[in-house]
Design a protein around this ligand. Structure first.
Ligand SMILES: NC(=O)c1ccc[n+]([C@@H]2O[C@H](COP(=O)([O-])OP(=O)(O)OC[C@H]3O[C@@H](n4cnc5c(N)ncnc54)[C@H](O)[C@@H]3O)[C@@H](O)[C@H]2O)c1
Length: 333
């Protein structure tokens, strides 16, 4: 990865650091830059659920077992919690905290959590002159045809809209503060270790993997050989985040492999790796606003960040198998 930046002796804030991407980032710094000072800020999981029964926040302490940095339990919606961050002077802010569940339709809570808090975090970045790298999403594209390209957006759910508005805020902030670094990353479908506690919002890689390990026939939406996604392994997502700390210019960039694969591919690769031949069961897709084909246009990500995805779906799933096996049947609560 990018070893050009020395993060040792730097103070790093990771919001959402108990979640999937954030916790992997925390361990990335711990392993590669042992003298960096990493502060994880996350609301952690409570019992609170949305009306669809899904948990309101998906951060989990088990994602951070072995992490030796600082951990603050706080809500990005709460000014008193955010004030705890005034004790630090950050060099880098990696803003991952969000309602990450695309199937939440309570617009008020999504906009407050994902958008309003962004103003507060940008204010901290400005005060500290910190580099800000934040998570946007491929959901900003809705069902626009592939390849999805920055500059042409059409969000189709409140989550996608919230990320789209964050991007507008970042563009304005960048114009008003041309000497500061702000980069938004539109993650496509990220999969890999430490996503298990996202439960039914975790990637289909682990969900299908566990179905197969249960001895069940993997279940997919009808026509899944024609439903394509740009699936990206966590290591490549981390590479993009790290390279974003030193961009040629500020901006919003896609983080995908540039290659689309079907959900059927995932089931097939998993069965090959797990040595099963269970076939596939299909059921009707209940969603109207379902993306049928995503494939990131990553030309500007390559040119401005030096981002080069390296992991194919086959390689990513292969690397992930030991973790899928380890977690199978373990308590998710
Ligand atoms: N994983 C993906 O495929 C993907 C794709 C596109 C975008 N993203 C974005 O990347 C970021 C990280 O995603 P992830 O997959 O790690 O999701 P995640 O849900 O595992 O992580 C988000 C973290 O934010 C925390 N959080 C939620 N609300 C909070 C609040 N009010 N205050 C403080 N913390 C709060 C959660 O506890 C959780 O730990 C999110 O912003 C998400 O929208 C992820």
């Amino acid at each position: 990865m990018n070893k050009n930046i020395n993060f040792n002796n730097k103070t790093i804030l990771i919001t959402g650091g108990a979640g999937f991407i954030g916790s992997n980032l925390a361990f990335y710094f711990q392993k590669n830059f042992p003298n960096s000072k990493v502060i994880v800020f996350d609301s952690f999981r409570s019992e609170a659920v949305f009306t669809n029964g899904n948990l309101q926040s998906l951060g989990h302490y088990k994602n951070l077992i072995g992490f030796t940095g600082e951990v603050i339990c706080g809500n990005i919606n709460n000014k008193f919690d955010l004030a705890l961050l005034n004790d630090y002077k950050f060099d880098y802010i990696f803003h991952q905290a969000a309602i990450s569940d695309t199937r939440i339709y309570d617009q008020e809570i999504i906009m407050k959590t994902n958008v309003n808090s962004f103003y507060d975090l940008l204010a901290i970045a400005k005060k500290d002159r910190a580099v800000m790298v934040y998570a946007s999403s491929a959901a900003t594209y809705g069902s626009l045809p592939s390849p999805q390209t920055v500059g042409k957006e059409s969000p189709e759910n409140p989550y996608g809209f919230s990320k789209y508005i964050m991007d507008q805020i970042a563009i304005r902030y960048s114009k008003e503060n041309p000497d500061l670094t702000v980069v938004g990353l539109r993650f496509f479908n990220v999969y890999g270790p430490r996503e298990y506690y996202k439960a039914n919002t975790a990637s289909m890689v682990i969900q299908l993997g566990h179905q197969i390990l249960d001895g069940k026939i993997p279940r997919l939406f009808k026509g899944s050989d024609q439903i394509f996604r740009d699936f990206i392994y966590i290591d490549d997502a981390l590479q993009a985040i790290i390279k974003s700390c030193n961009p040629k210019q500020n901006g919003i960039f896609n983080v995908g492999t540039g290659i689309s694969r079907s959900f059927q591919d995932i089931a097939d690769i998993l069965q090959k790796e797990l040595g099963t031949d269970l076939g596939t069961e299909y059921f009707p897709n209940p969603y109207d606003d379902y993306q049928m084909h995503t494939q990131a246009n990553i030309i500007t990500s390559k040119n401005n960040l030096g981002f080069e995805p390296k992991v194919s779906l086959e390689q990513g799933i292969k690397s992930y198998i030991p973790e899928i096996l380890r977690l199978h049947g373990t308590d998710i609560s």
